[in-house]
Ligand binder design. Structure first.
Ligand SMILES: [Zn+2]
Length: 313
């Protein structure tokens, strides 16, 4: 057995890959997430994706299956407890997939998996204290303290997207006001730009337009300021050695990083700010984390080769 099947279930896309135990990606398979058709359709699509990948890999070659999903996940029980975007309640995904494939199967949380990838082969590998901020459609975080991911009393630590950065700000679907996610997620940036200008645009268009379009500049500046407030708050509480930004919005590169570093330093006056860096794993960190979790379950404990192989097509 020389590979694992890894799947990252997102709100819009189910991404999958067959990954060698050396970290080399051998096959990829991607499908739209049929969220509008309800949770049963999503569960069916996840099972179909895993089946396709296992068939491509040749089942005899697969050591384990790793699946990561958003929302609330009970990794110990192998149950996807709840997801607002996907609509499921207590979906016993691990048991279903293990039954379908006859393979050792791991189910975990997508952002936690991104944190595992970052701390195994990414930027936080060499440090014991770090903050990972994943900015995509939503915003979530992984705090690592003294070498351990902080999960909290109920498994819900790291919800940096629902830090209230503007106390009297916009109402969030979560019920609070002024949540970071409303201002600084890709979806939030698009929505706020539409409200300010009447025009539809993606977050990456808005970043590019900020030099010539005042509405784009205002929305972007406020997004960066919100992130700086949240990073400063986490710095006060947890003193991370590094803050890593990943997810779709991190593709903005220095357009995000430079103003975020400046704004964070302005919010932290009495001590130095932690370095703020982009993830080297790009938008793949959830999928890579899923592969690493599956490989670990299959007994792999040396991921050195994965650092060079992970970018292979
Ligand atoms: Zn909220």
């Amino acid at each position: 057995m020389s590979s694992v099947v890894a799947v990252d279930v997102g709100g819009t896309t189910i991404k999958g890959a067959v990954v060698g135990l050396d970290g080399q990606v051998r096959h990829r398979h991607q499908a739209p997430t049929p969220a509008p058709h309800g949770p049963d359709a999503v569960v069916h699509a996840v099972r179909a994706t895993v089946a396709t990948l296992v068939a491509e890999a040749d089942a005899a070659d697969v050591a384990a299956v790793g699946v990561v999903v958003p929302g609330t996940v009970d990794a110990t029980a192998g149950v996807a407890r709840y997801s607002t975007n996907l609509g499921w309640h207590d979906a016993p995904l691990r048991a279903l997939l293990a039954h379908d494939t006859g393979l050792l199967t791991v189910l975990d949380h997508d952002v936690r998996a991104a944190g595992v990838a970052e701390s195994t082969i990414g930027r936080t590998e060499a440090v014991d204290d770090s903050l990972l901020v994943v900015i995509g459609t939503g915003i979530a975080g992984v705090l690592t303290s003294a070498g351990q991911p902080v999960t909290g009393a109920t498994g819900r630590a790291g919800e940096i997207g629902h830090l209230a950065v503007w106390p009297d700000g916009e109402l969030c679907p979560c019920g609070q006001r002024g949540c970071l996610e409303r201002y600084s997620s890709a979806a939030g940036i698009s929505r706020r730009y539409r409200a300010a200008s009447g025009r539809e645009a993606s977050a990456d268009q808005i970043v590019r337009w900020r030099g010539t379009d005042p509405a784009a500049a205002e929305v972007w500046d406020q997004a960066v300021e919100g992130l700086a407030i949240a990073v400063a708050a986490c710095t006060m509480m947890f003193d991370p050695a590094i803050v890593v930004v990943s997810g779709g919005l991190s593709q903005a590169g220095s357009s995000l990083l430079d103003p975020l570093r400046t704004a964070t330093a302005q919010r932290i006056r009495w001590r130095e700010s932690p370095p703020v860096e982009l993830s080297a794993l790009g938008a793949e960190s959830g999928l890579l984390g899923s592969a690493i979790l599956a490989a670990r379950a299959a007994g792999v404990d040396d991921f050195t080769a994965w650092k060079t192989n992970r970018l292979a097509p």
